[in-house]
Write a protein of this length. Structure first.
Length: 209
């Protein structure tokens, strides 16, 4: 008999314990796989729709950007045109102000002249100016009449030159007819003409005179 109770040694092997096992699955695995595939297809469809919307939005943004660029160029041209008109308006305004100042100066000069010159002398000057204007108009009429007469004289001078040239040709023809050659040849030609049937005149030169 062994003395005392038995003490378990720590180095002794403990009996192997049974590991817990999973209970057998009750539902089949095929429906779960089909559900996951449907979810994946739905996710892919949603991603494709989002991508399509993104492309459509990018296209619309590009069109809007081009339109904005065209509008910007148009507005820039309009602004340049308006700036040119504004500069022209400022120049016209300056010219109007200058003309207004000159008109005011002319008015002051007229007033000063009217105050410095007596009334009778002013009326005499006005009458003299009126007489000078009428005399100028009369001289203009005379000048027009003289121009018309000069045109008529020029026409007559042309006619006179034409008549003078014709008279010179007639004189030359008469001189040729009265030349000794024509007078000496006249009896023989008259005899020959009588034999041929009548007298002949002196032949003219080839120029037709």
């Amino acid at each position: 008999a062994l003395p005392g109770p038995l003490v378990a040694c720590p180095f002794m092997r403990r009996p192997a314990m049974a590991l817990p096992t999973r209970p057998p699955a009750c539902a089949p695995a095929a429906p779960q796989a089909s559900g996951r595939a449907e979810l994946a297809e739905a996710e892919l469809a949603r991603a494709a729709e989002l991508e399509r919307r993104a492309h459509a939005g990018a296209a619309r943004f590009e069109v809007s950007l081009r339109w904005s660029e065209e509008q910007r160029k148009h507005l820039a041209s309009q602004i340049g045109h308006l700036n040119g008109l504004q500069a022209q308006a400022s120049r016209v305004k300056e010219a109007n102000e200058q003309l207004r100042a000159e008109n005011a100066q002319v008015g002051h000069l007229r007033a000063d002249f009217a105050c410095s010159v007596p009334g009778e002398e002013l009326r005499a000057l006005q009458e003299e100016v009126t007489a000078l204007r009428s005399a100028n108009a009369q001289l203009q009429r005379h000048a027009d009449e003289a121009a018309e007469r000069l045109n008529g004289l020029l026409h007559l001078e042309g006619v006179n030159a034409c008549l003078r040239s014709q008279l010179e040709r007639v004189a030359e023809d008469g001189a040729r007819l009265g030349s000794p050659e024509c007078t000496d040849a006249r009896p023989a030609r008259s005899a020959a003409g009588g034999a041929a049937g009548g007298p002949r005149r002196c032949a003219r030169p080839p120029d037709g005179r």
